[in-house]
Design a protein around this ligand. Structure first.
Ligand SMILES: [Zn+2]
Length: 350
């Protein structure tokens, strides 16, 4: 059997937040909102288990956006005065908070949802955090004046939360670094190092299970929003961004790498650059509402198996499913699990 997991986010139910939006408004506040977030997390734990996934996530139900959910617990950031900034090399504009003072964690960031996740499934659990390079690409700097220095400051804070998540019983801690695909030279020069700083000390075995916590990085071409779909059209016939980053990752201490595969123009042979790593192969397209058939998923896994050993392949989604409809996301989770099972049966000749 192949392990199966989602990249990270899942749609929020309509009673929790606005639907089909990347930066949705919450439907309630205070204690009601805190409870609603946990209720939605519980709902998705059950849905992922029913679909048959082997690694379960919180679906990022407790954060408005995958970067800002972490930033809300960081001191030194002014959320009251957001400014418009072009992010991902000016691919799209976003209203971002400003770093105005030295950075410090206010306390735990994701304790509630991580503990809920651990308490309600016996399967392995994965937790996602934004990577340092992607964070510095999603905030305005009015304090550090140096991108690298600020990235390492964030990496230290991420490390504190990651170590605490490991102690909560999390089995895989994944850092999301879509910025790696935009600033490839910087990623190789210092991005991977900042990532390793964020992951420092993980893998020693977690408190509740004694199992070693794995580290992962997710590098994608973004959510299926129009700005990203248009950007992908400019990248040409072959998307070779990974080629510049994978050698640095292969030489790093990170255990797993998540990449886009299905319906992307990534040459599959680039996966061979990740020798020695677990590879989370994207076999579910998040930019299309068309639900993959198990056969399509199994075919994609088959193509990846030419470059990734069977025991190192984890079937995954290309990216998060947050902006999709719940019904489509649920159907795609089922296709993921069924397709991975079919791929295993094909290999075993059953
Ligand atoms: Zn992604």
């Amino acid at each position: 059997m192949f392990d199966t997991a989602i990249a990270g986010s899942l749609p929020k139910p309509a009673w929790l937040a606005e639907t089909r939006k990347l930066w949705p408004q919450w439907r309630s506040e205070g204690a009601d909102l805190a409870q609603a977030k946990l209720d939605a997390t519980l709902l998705w734990i059950k849905t992922q288990e029913d679909a048959g996934l082997s690694v379960i996530g919180d679906g990022e139900q407790s954060r408005q956006h995958f970067v800002h959910g972490f930033l809300e617990q960081v001191e030194g950031i002014d959320f009251a005065h957001k400014v418009e900034m072009g992010i991902r090399n000016d691919r799209y504009k976003a209203m971002v908070p400003q770093v105005v003072a030295p950075l410090k964690l206010k306390g735990r960031v994701h304790a509630a949802e991580a503990r809920l996740l651990r308490a309600h499934t016996t399967r392995r659990i994965k937790f996602t955090l934004p990577g340092p390079m992607t964070i510095v690409d999603t905030v305005a700097d009015r304090h550090y004046g140096d991108r690298v220095q600020m990235a390492f400051a964030f990496a230290e804070l991420l490390n504190q939360e990651a170590l605490a998540l490991q102690a909560d019983g999390v089995d895989v801690i994944q850092f999301d670094e879509p910025a790696f695909n935009v600033y490839m030279a910087d990623a190789a020069a210092w991005g991977v190092q900042a990532l390793e700083r964020a992951a420092q000390g993980l893998g020693a075995g977690n408190a509740s299970s004694g199992r070693a916590c794995k580290t992962a990085v997710h590098i994608c071409y973004g959510y299926g929003i129009p700005a990203n779909v248009d950007w992908k059209k400019t990248l040409g016939q072959e998307w070779r961004q990974y080629e510049q980053i994978f050698p640095a990752l292969a030489a790093s201490s990170i255990d797993q790498v998540s990449l886009e595969c299905i319906h992307s123009h990534v040459p599959p042979e680039l996966m061979a650059l990740l020798a020695g790593k677990d590879v989370m192969v994207g076999v579910i397209d998040v930019a299309s509402d068309v639900v993959e058939t198990p056969e399509e998923v199994a075919d994609t896994i088959g193509r990846a198996l030419q470059f990734v050993p069977r025991e190192r392949l984890i079937a995954c989604t290309n990216c998060g499913l947050a902006p999709m409809s719940r019904a489509v996301a649920e159907a795609k989770l089922a296709a993921l699990a069924q397709g991975a099972a079919l791929a295993a049966r094909r290999l075993d000749g059953a």
